[in-house]
Design a protein around this ligand. Structure first.
Ligand code: NDP
Length: 396
């Protein structure tokens, strides 16, 4: 029995809270805190058991410390934005409480995804005897666990990994992002990057693409992007020669994005407007649909997985591990679309792993550094069943 403090009350949080509330044998008490308390109250009102709502500015470490001291949680589960990762980790250090997030820290004034800032907490977390689990969403998160599972059960050495992320759903809006627009657009408009033969190779944004045949969905154009789990997986997967990340985008999405970029609306450099500074991308976020509200008419499926090539008992082997998730079914269960759902469920499972002691050691860790088996079992149990496709390559 444990008490969890969840920070952030957006699309992903809504799913995390629903899922934690379902698993009452572990999550005995739930406190939900965010910048706008009314959003916490709305989520609380949609549940069948009571939780506590609070207001907090998570950028403010003393406020976070006071909140943690007031509620004395066993774990702080951060599903606010990547900008809040470090202040929340600071507050956890000060109060001696475990930490979990779903996205790596980014400085607000620079679209740069690197773990160096969070890895710098390793010694302090160890000395304090507390744990941080980084990136417990789907990608990063489940994709890291798929890699650990493939390494443990199917390969002596993995040579290549292609992480493939397809959203074949339709939400009915001409342009919308499936998670926080600011974070999503920063991710897509930066340079692409992959790792091959010990080196990072950088490419122009969206300049490499191919058709991937996704199980239960079919062929979809997929673009090579940089994604944060690549940085930890190159350190932890044995024998790796290449790792890449691919994501699908429809032509209408790409055209909208190009226009927005061309007119300067995706810039994170502040501009002067009627006597005050505004960040164009933050303004754009304010006029785009809230990702948390997209679920209502969302139809279709997501398919996210990892395609491996490697060797087992001296034999070459290809294999894919993946999950398919249906937007409408996610909405029926939690009021959220599948992108929020596929992130929120693994966040709850990661928290459960820590609180039940199945994954527990002081320090700052990635998902692939733990035994994948109990997590994989939990995915099947809590709404994200996975499948294995033998012989699958990126091309077939
Ligand atoms: P939303 O924008 O819907 O929600 C973010 C929430 O954080 C909002 O409630 C917001 O409050 C709150 N927040 C922002 N700043 C602060 C602050 N200073 N103090 C307290 N609360 C704050 O985002 P999503 O739910 O779509 O995404 C949540 C996280 O999940 C992001 O970090 C995202 O990158 C990550 N993610 C990870 C994925 C994965 O697979 N690993 C996939 C998708 C998302 P307010 O409402 O007042 O603005």
């Amino acid at each position: 029995m444990a008490k969890v403090l969840i920070i952030g009350a957006g699309g992903v949080s809504n799913v995390v809270v629903h899922k934690c509330a379902q698993v009452s044998e572990v999550f005995d008490e739930i406190v939900l805190a965010s910048r706008t308390k009314s959003k916490c109250d709305t989520i609380a009102a949609s549940l069948s058991r009571p939780i506590t709502s609070e207001q907090v500015d998570a950028d403010n470490v003393p406020q976070m410390v006071a909140l943690i001291k007031k509620h004395k949680p066993d774990l702080v589960l951060n599903v606010a934005l990547p900008f809040q990762d470090l202040p929340i980790m600071d507050a956890c250090l000060e109060t001696g409480v475990d930490y979990l997030d779903t996205a790596n820290y980014e400085p607000i004034d620079e679209a740069k995804f690197e773990y160096k800032w969070q890895w710098a907490y390793q010694d302090r977390f160890k000395e304090k005897g507390i744990m941080a689990l980084l990136g417990s969403g789907f990608d990063p998160g489940v994709t890291n666990v798929f890699c650990a599972y493939a390494q443990k059960h199917f390969f002596d050495e993995i040579y290549t990994v292609d992480i493939v992320d397809c959203n074949a759903g339709e939400h009915g809006h001409p342009f919308a992002t499936n998670f926080n627009p600011e974070i999503n657009i920063r991710e897509i408009t930066q340079k692409g990057k992959y790792w091959e033969n010990g080196q990072w190779k950088e490419i122009d944004p969206m300049s490499i693409s191919l058709d991937v045949d996704y199980p239960e969905v079919g062929p979809r154009r997929s673009y090579l992007l940089y994604h944060e789990e690549l940085e930890s997986l190159v350190k932890h997967i044995k024998g790796l020669k290449r790792i890449r990340f691919w994501m699908t985008f429809g032509q209408a999405y790409i055209t909208h994005l190009q226009v927005l970029q061309n007119v300067g609306m995706t810039s994170i450099v502040p501009v002067e407007y009627e006597g005050r500074k505004i960040v164009p991308l933050q303004f754009l976020k304010a006029v785009l649909p809230d990702p948390g509200s997209l679920g209502t008419n969302y139809k279709g499926k997501t398919c996210i997985g990892c395609i491996f090539n490697g060797v087992k008992n001296s034999q070459q082997k290809n294999l894919m591990i993946y999950n398919v998730c249906d937007h409408a079914e996610c909405y029926k269960e939690t009021g959220a679309q599948a992108v929020s759902y596929t992130t929120g469920v693994p966040a709850m499972i990661g928290a459960k792993m820590m609180l039940t002691g199945q994954w527990k050691k002081p320090g700052v860790w990635h998902m692939e550094q733990f035994d994948p088996d109990p997590f994989m079992e939990a995915l099947n149990k809590y709404g994200l069943p996975w499948k294995i496709l033998e012989g699958k390559t990126l091309e077939n």
